[in-house]
Design a protein around this ligand. Structure first.
Ligand code: GRF
Length: 213
């Protein structure tokens, strides 16, 4: 048996909804496509399907709701406490629909990645898939895309880009087919990018001669 297997990277996934991207990550970990494990799923909303997916996979599913009147920075500090308790190598925003401030981000420098269904700088914020579709129907757009980027600060769907994929829009195929294409592209890009990040941060154990004085 070899003894040099790298430790599986610890992923905490933040969600707010259905969790199809979470599922893609869980599946990729299970079939060893990713040298990683999802150690916790955290949602800002109760009763979302993503939390059921976590339960079904045997992953801790945590709801961190906003208290009435709670300041954003206070919520983010509480969220950071919960996430830090799982000791993540990477924090993945997969359908997380809430802006994070430095009260959270400051605890995880270069460890928070976000998925967004548009190309960099094109359609930030909510509704990117619908807007791209409407513009295509109006004849002003023929494609959109998806991206994964680091989240260094409070910029919305902005930050150092890790990977992108283009998604063509066929208005004759209908909106549902287009949306399905976007989501398939997201699942693939997110898993591939997490895989790249896991490998990039896996440095081989130094040879004894390199560490001896
Ligand atoms: C994805 O399109 C993601 O890019 C966007 O919200 C959607 C979440 O989908 N921010 P799911 O919850 O992973 O199914």
């Amino acid at each position: 048996m070899g003894t040099s297997a790298a430790r599986r990277k610890r992923l905490v996934v933040l969600v707010s909804g259905s969790g199809s991207n979470l599922q893609a990550i869980i599946d990729a970990c299970a079939d060893e496509q990713l040298p990683a494990e999802v150690v916790a799923v955290v949602s800002n909303k109760p009763d979302v399907f993503a939390l059921q997916r976590a339960d079904a996979a045997g992953v801790p599913a945590v709801h961190v709701g906003v208290h009435p009147g709670e300041e954003r920075a206070d919520y983010d500090a509480r969220l950071a406490d919960v996430v830090a308790g799982f000791d993540p190598d990477l924090v993945v925003l997969a359908g997380w629909m809430r802006i994070l401030t430095m009260s959270f981000l400051g605890w995880f420098p270069e460890r928070v990645v976000n998925l967004h269904p548009s190309l960099p700088g094109d359609l930030p914020g909510t509704g990117a898939i619908g807007t791209a579709w409407e513009e295509a129907v109006a004849g002003t757009r023929t494609q959109t895309g998806v991206m994964v980027h680091f989240v260094p600060d409070e910029g919305v769907d902005d930050g150092p880009v890790l990977a992108t994929a283009i998604v063509p829009i066929d208005v004759h195929a209908g909106f549902d087919a287009f949306a399905a294409l976007v989501h398939r592209a997201e699942h693939r890009l997110l898993v591939d990018t997490i895989g790249d990040l896991c490998s990039a941060s896996t440095s081989p154990a130094p040879a004894l001669s390199e560490v001896s004085a």
